[in-house]
Design a protein around this ligand. Sequence first.
Ligand code: AMP
Length: 218
Amino acid sequence: MRIVLFGPPGVGKGTQAELLADRYHLIKFSMGDMLRQEVAVNSSVGRRAEPFLKAGHLVPDNIIFDMVNNFLIEYQNQDILFDGFPRNLNQARTLEQSLAQLSQKIDIALELYLPDQEIIKRLENRRYCPSCGRIYNCLTDPPKIKGVCDECGKKLIKREDDQESVIRRRLEVYEQETRPLTEYYKELNVYKKIDASVTKEQIFKKISEIINGYTDKK
Ligand code: AMP
């Protein structure tokens, strides 16, 4: 099974991706996490990608595709959840072609949606653990001890691109580049839209119903 999870920044993709990977034993392909990791270790990919991440722009497709193709081959026999990839039509078409070469396809494309004002409020309050990757929200999902990860006791940090000006840019980029995926996946008959204004448990339940419905039909 190949699932794409997309939606504007701050809508809860990362949280849902964690829950879904766990529940359905999916290998998670999180492009944002992989890029931040490359930046953290100062690799050549990381050095090329860093200015785009900081500015809230998409990293150019040629940098992205090398990472994707290596991943698809390595995990070709496992179920995959794509989180934050594809982010534009070119990436979506190229992914479809790469999968076709392995006799695979995207089975479900899930779009999480939320109004912009709610997104900005969420992102400004988002914190994450640089060690285990767990995501918190100071308002709606705080850690037990302020500023400290429940899982591993590390100090939580705010992502550099979670500042209002960069958030607004990322939302514009979403509208221009990523929103067209809605029509693309509708045409492929795999598109499902999910209201992300409810709790993470309710979102997870809704997505689980969709995945269970798909696997039951097979
Ligand atoms: P995310 O963690 O998914 O919010 O991604 C953070 C940043 O990583 C984005 O603002 C982009 O700069 C970059 N990025 C993530 N996924 C992609 C992608 N599929 N294509 C290009 N850039 C990406």
